[in-house]
Design a protein around this ligand. Structure first.
Ligand SMILES: NC(=O)c1ccc[n+]([C@@H]2O[C@H](COP(=O)([O-])OP(=O)(O)OC[C@H]3O[C@@H](n4cnc5c(N)ncnc54)[C@H](O)[C@@H]3O)[C@@H](O)[C@H]2O)c1
Length: 246
């Protein structure tokens, strides 16, 4: 990762935090972005303490203008953009379709789906100027199967996978690879709203017998971002302890 410049959104917590720390350890210059400035700055401090290079930039991924500002910041600060990890996301309102509020529907689509389009629009533009790049969109196992009470989340993640495939078809010939990652349930603050009984039920859905760890997902993201993944584009990579194998 030496010499590479990477943006990680939602990098103040969970999978994004683990990803930013791993890229930092591997020698990339990391733009840590989140709406939570305090926790985001803390991630920067940890990367720098480990001898890495990083900067924080506050951006709300649901805003096109803030996605553009984030890319501009990365290019201005480090000269180019090589890798973008579109990770920021929310669980959203947990209700079946009849009971889901219109606000809840729109919010999860804004944060989990529009964000991916806005992100790629400006990231790929910068990568085209750079002559190469790799985009990794964080979808979910729920990018390929349904889940009760999560229609908006599931719709956003399925759409993110479809958009990933389309972006790869559009830009792979110009040396920009685009892939999606599909984690099963990972033990992050996103799951904090669940009680222990529900968490245990979730664990039972994973043949491996436990939830995943952010660091395990970060390793796959790192590989997809690296030149070692030079033939990988347009694909969706579940990382799921066997969840989708049933
Ligand atoms: N945890 C899981 O079980 C799981 C499973 C599959 C996929 N995912 C996906 O992985 C990604 C990260 O999830 P996580 O579990 O690490 O969550 P998390 O809640 O631990 O972290 C998400 C981060 O995104 C930030 N964020 C939220 N809204 C934002 C916005 N509008 N703009 C910028 N930043 C924003 C939060 O401040 C937080 O720091 C999400 O896209 C999520 O859907 C998570």
């Amino acid at each position: 990762m030496k010499g590479k410049v990477v943006i990680v959104t939602g990098a103040a917590s969970g999978i994004g935090e683990a990803t930013a720390l791993l890229f930092g350890r591997e020698g990339a210059k990391v733009v840590v972005s989140d709406i939570n400035s305090e926790a985001g700055q803390e991630v920067v401090n940890r990367i720098e303490k480990n001898g890495g290079k990083a900067s924080f930039f506050k951006a709300d991924v649901a805003s096109a203008a803030e996605n553009k500002a984030l890319v501009d910041f990365a290019v201005k600060t480090y000269g180019k953009l090589d890798i973008a990890v579109n990770n920021a996301g929310i669980g959203g309102e947990a209700n079946k379709i009849v009971d889901m509020s219109l606000e809840g529907w729109h919010r999860v689509i804004d944060v989990n789906l529009h964000s991916i389009f806005y992100g790629m629009k400006y990231q790929i533009e910068a990568m085209l100027r750079n002559g190469q790049g790799s985009v990794i969109n964080i979808a979910s196992i729920l990018g390929s199967v349904g889940f009760e009470g999560s229609a908006g989340y599931v719709a956003a993640k399925h759409a993110a996978v479809g958009m990933t495939r389309t972006a790869a078809i559009e830009y792979s010939s110009q040396k920009i690879r685009v892939n999606a990652v599909g984690p099963a349930f990972i033990d992050t603050p996103l799951l904090d709203q669940l009680d222990d009984e529900v968490k245990n039920q979730l664990i039972s859905l994973h043949p491996i017998g436990r939830l995943g760890r952010s660091e395990e997902v970060a390793e796959l993201i790192l590989w997809l971002g690296s030149d070692k993944a030079s033939f990988a584009t347009g694909s969706y990579y579940p990382i799921d302890g066997g969840y989708l194998a049933r």
